[in-house]
Design a protein around this ligand. Sequence first.
Ligand code: NDP
Ligand code: EPU
Length: 285
Amino acid sequence: MKAYTNFNLKEYNSYRLSAVCRNAYFPEYDEDIRSLFSDPDQKKIVLGGGYNVILSKDYYDADFVIFSGTYNNITLKGEDQISCQAGVDMKDLSEFALANGLTGLEIYYDIPSSLGGAVVMNAGAGGEDIKALLIDVYYYDPNNDTFNTITVEEINFEYRNSFFQKNPEMIVCRALLQLKKGDSDEIKAKMDKTKEARWAKQPREYPNAGSVFKRPPGRFVGPMIDELGLKGYTIGGAKVSEKHSGFIINHANATGSDIMELISNVQGRVKEKFEVDLEVEQRII
Ligand SMILES: NC(=O)C1=CN([C@@H]2O[C@H](COP(=O)(O)OP(=O)(O)OC[C@H]3O[C@@H](n4cnc5c(N)ncnc54)[C@H](OP(=O)(O)O)[C@@H]3O)[C@@H](O)[C@H]2O)C=CC1
Ligand SMILES: C=C(O[C@H]1[C@H](O)[C@@H](CO)O[C@H](OP(=O)(O)OP(=O)(O)OC[C@H]2O[C@@H](n3ccc(=O)[nH]c3=O)[C@H](O)[C@@H]2O)[C@@H]1NC(C)=O)C(=O)O
């Protein structure tokens, strides 16, 4: 396992915020997971691909465990099942499925995520989500120092919620996915089409971390922010995207506190006008 001291997390969060942590660990084996997490008094912060986090501080007197670039094996099981580790990048996974003529993972060609992050947050878009593909998940439970398997039914996924979100100390190690045999040309066409549609609507040209807020019941976030005239609203290097108001972009060396201040101002204005409490969807660290 690789370990670094005074590590800058800039390349490991999609906002590209500069933030230094005391130690960063990149696990490679299940035993690394056990050695990192078995002592409950030695709390560590988990990052997957870093596509859904706000590093709100410049320095963390804390240890990070990063599931990105390592712990990323993908194995074909039988004809149409895939077993993959938490550090797998979902884009790579969708390309693996394509190479094996398997359909089901096309949208993940452009949903930035690690497999672990996708499972924890039930990644998805346009009505598809990861739970529809999952058979089970193998995870580490630090409470009793065991590795266990949980079925998709037991995970009890809800909108942006699951067993893993309710029990954040659990570590996703790997997942078994059920795909279907498909036509490679059709799979590739769907991957390209999804990517094109998302790039047309989302500010992918700038560092960002997807939707900032959860959808409040019965409403969309973007139109409320538009109505307030807050498209393009800027604090420091952080800006409400002009392309999609539900996103904040780092357009000029933003800091975590620029983003946090912008969020708080948008929440205040939305509350004032619409009586709606916008809940932050991204993980504030
Ligand atoms: N639909 C879209 O267009 C977009 C969606 N997203 C979503 O955001 C998520 C981003 O994933 P990713 O970048 O990998 O996650 P992140 O690195 O952003 O981590 C987010 C949280 O996931 C938890 N986590 C990640 N990996 C593991 C693991 N192996 N075991 C346990 N917990 C883990 C941690 O939560 P904890 O605090 O519980 O430890 C962490 O704080 C995906 O679900 C993705 O779908 C992101 C951008 C765009
Ligand atoms: C990007 C993410 O996921 C996204 C996912 O890609 C999209 C598409 O399925 O649906 C959710 O966004 P969303 O609620 O903003 O949905 P969108 O379809 O983008 O927009 C909803 C509506 O708002 C309108 N809209 C959007 C942006 C804007 O600036 N102005 C505006 O009026 C759109 O025209 C549309 O009618 C997910 N976000 C959440 C928190 O549920 C993410 O989780 O990070």
